[in-house]
Design a protein around this ligand. Structure first.
Ligand SMILES: *Cc1c(COP(=O)(O)O)cnc(C)c1O
Length: 392
């Protein structure tokens, strides 16, 4: 069957399933074995070789979802990111990275790369020119994240893909925030797509995993390092992830819908100073997002008006929970300045435009009206609280 001809929810449900030939069960049997009979040198099966039946099956699903030839499943998003980067960089090489990145990726670069003799530059913005001006003769990789964390900035995929080709560089994207439901960067000329599968692919806040999708050649190059780095995912979790991904399409489309409603509600609310969501027409990346995304995603950020305490607001929420992570079926909020981006320091956060009161909102699949009611009651409490605190 031609996988690339199948629709999203069919791929989510079926591609890569391991057939239960013996008992004809409806779902993939779970192969927990870490020991397989030796067949030949090329066909040795071993979980750290990323080639057990469940690992291979899920790799096919990821590849089909991202319109690529091959996919690999990792033990975490960071294992996928680290292994992909190191597979294309060696001592003396240089990488150009987008200014605002997931905190863990930023830390990896600034804390570890010098040890390996790898040079790096962060861009000053998101335009293709901002990337091009940082390219040096020894640059090997362009690395982007769109929509970005936590301000949902949008980078032009096609422009970055072209820039990579023009300079003979490998382009990589962390596609976690969009998920394969909303964005397929390969179609715009990006070479390698990386995911923290902990987020929308897992979707239930109970799995840590990562994924990489690309052509066979790039995946072979990443695999060569991956089997030595050892960041594979155990089969029980692979199996759970396969189960979770069957509903990814319907989950994420509901999250898109809810996030759009939340963004519109928050924009119209007089207690809210600013909303960052690519689905809003006044978002600076809206037009590009429209041209490269199928949905605007379930993530948004916002700031309360001056004088309204963001931490108090988050504590006053009843349905929406505080959480360090994101993309679960349940709605969650987080303060980037206090958590994910605390390590950056106040000055760097200021430079990146991450205000102390910024709230990142991972919109879940609850009924949008219930989420709106929760925000309204929390704002009401904070408004009253704010009056009390100025008097005291
Ligand atoms: C969570 C996350 C990661 C890291 O993934 P882990 O599964 O926690 O290792 C990388 N990029 C983005 C955008 C993320 O949200």
């Amino acid at each position: 069957m031609r996988h690339n001809k199948l629709g999203l929810n069919t791929i989510c449900t079926h591609v890569g399933e391991v057939r239960d030939e013996r008992y004809k069960g409806a779902v993939s049997p779970l192969y927990m074995s870490s020991s397989y009979a030796f067949e030949d040198v090329d066909a040795k099966r071993y979980p750290r070789y990323f080639n057990t039946p469940n690992q291979e099956g899920l790799g096919k699903k990821i590849a089909a979802l991202e319109h690529t030839e091959a996919g690999l499943i990792f033990g975490s998003g960071m294992a996928a990111i680290t292994t992909s980067l190191m597979a294309f960089l060696r001592a003396g090489d240089h990488i150009v990275l987008q200014q605002i990145l997931y905190g863990g990726t930023y830390n990896l670069i600034v804390e570890e790369f010098e040890k390996f003799g790898i040079e790096y530059s962060f861009t000053e913005g998101w335009r293709p020119e901002d990337f091009e001006e940082k390219i040096r003769p020894n640059t090997k990789v362009l690395y982007i994240e769109t929509p970005s964390n936590p301000l949902l900035t949008i980078t032009d995929l096609e422009a970055i893909g072209k820039l990579g080709k023009k300079h003979g560089l490998i382009s990589m994207i962390d596609n976690t925030f969009a998920s394969p439901v909303n964005q397929n960067p390969i179609d715009f000329g990006i070479d390698i797509v990386i995911h923290s599968a902990t987020k929308y692919m897992g979707g239930h806040s109970d799995i840590l995993a990562g994924a990489v999708a690309s052509n066979k050649e790039n995946i072979a190059q990443i695999f060569a390092l991956a089997k030595n780095f050892g960041g594979s995912l155990s089969d029980y979790t692979v199996w759970l992830l396969e189960r979770s991904m069957k509903t990814m399409g319907i989950r994420v489309r509901t999250q898109n819908h809810n996030a759009q409603k939340m963004a519109e509600f928050l924009s119209a609310n007089e207690d809210i100073a600013k909303v960052y969501y690519p689905g809003l027409p006044d978002h600076p990346g809206h037009e590009i997002a429209k041209s490269q995304m199928k949905g605007f995603g379930g993530m948004l950020s916002f700031e309360l008006n001056e004088g309204l305490d963001a931490s108090r607001f988050q504590k006053a929420l009843q349905l929406i929970k505080p959480s360090m992570s994101l993309a679960g079926v349940e709605s969650t909020v987080l303060s980037p300045a206090l958590t994910s981006h605390a390590l950056l320091g106040a000055e760097e956060r200021e430079r990146q435009g991450i205000r102390d009161g910024l709230i990142r909102f991972s919109v879940g699949i609850e009924e949008a009206d219930d989420l709106i009611a929760d925000i309204e009651q929390a704002l009401h409490k904070v408004r009253n609280g704010a009056v009390v605190s100025t008097k005291s």
